[in-house]
Design a protein around this ligand. Structure first.
Ligand code: TYD
Length: 207
């Protein structure tokens, strides 16, 4: 049986992650692997309810500490209920956002203490570290315009400067953990971007 592989996709809002998640799902399935595609926050009944709280623009009063804990709560449920069993049966788990989003948005974007966020990330992920993390990198102005074309959710309402801090936090992470975190240029034709991502995953299929 193939070894389970845990891949996470990251990037600021509007970087094209959802499109790439679909294309990657197809490309990995074509290798004969079971693919479990997930998104954060979400992926279980409890996590989807938490997602509703987090993204509802009516919850403008939410304080950063509450926001951090809700993302972690959603993640812990997803990790134990879905990710760990899928990896145990040898699936490739493809997760649209994971704990690096919390680092980028809650530490980078909101300015919560980095050490604290990292500690909560360990709890929320139940200690599960992705095998590879792809950061889709795009000019934040372009991504932001794309993401908010149809209206902004509570996070997107934070504005462009917030997205720039998010992007910088991702780039810092990639410099810190080059073996796990790879930055992929998200500009250009979508199939070319998929090919760049697959190249950055190549070594994972040897089990
Ligand atoms: P979503 O609509 O799924 O955005 P995207 O398609 O860009 O992933 O909303 C998720 C939002 O939640 C997004 O703005 C990023 C934010 N987020 C955090 O701030 N912290 C986190 O830990 C996670 C997982 C997401």
């Amino acid at each position: 049986m193939a070894r389970g592989v845990f891949i996470t996709l990251e990037g600021a809002d509007g970087c094209g992650k959802s499109t790439q998640a679909s294309l990657l799902e197809a490309a990995i399935s074509a290798k004969g692997r079971e693919v479990v595609r997930l998104r954060e926050p979400g992926g279980t009944a409890i996590s989807e309810k938490i997602r509703g709280l987090l993204l509802d623009p009516a919850n403008a009063e939410m304080v950063p500490e509450c926001e951090l804990l809700l993302y972690e709560a959603s993640r812990a449920q997803l990790t134990r209920q879905v990710i760990e069993p899928a990896l145990a049966r040898g699936a490739a788990v493809l997760c649209d956002r994971y704990y690096d989003s919390t680092y980028a948005y809650q530490a980078g974007g909101r300015g919560l203490d980095e050490t604290l966020v990292r500690q909560f990330n360990v709890l929320g992920s139940c200690g599960r570290v992705p095998d590879r993390t792809i950061v889709l990198d795009l000019d934040p102005a372009l991504g932001y315009a794309r993401a908010t074309a149809g209206g902004a959710d509570r996070m997107e309402a934070e504005g462009l400067a917030f997205q720039e801090r998010v992007r910088n936090a991702y780039l810092r992470l990639a410099a810190e953990e080059p073996a796990r975190v790879r930055v992929v240029d998200a500009s250009g034709e979508k199939n070319e971007v998929t090919a760049r991502i697959m190249a950055a995953l190549e070594d994972l299929w040897v089990s």
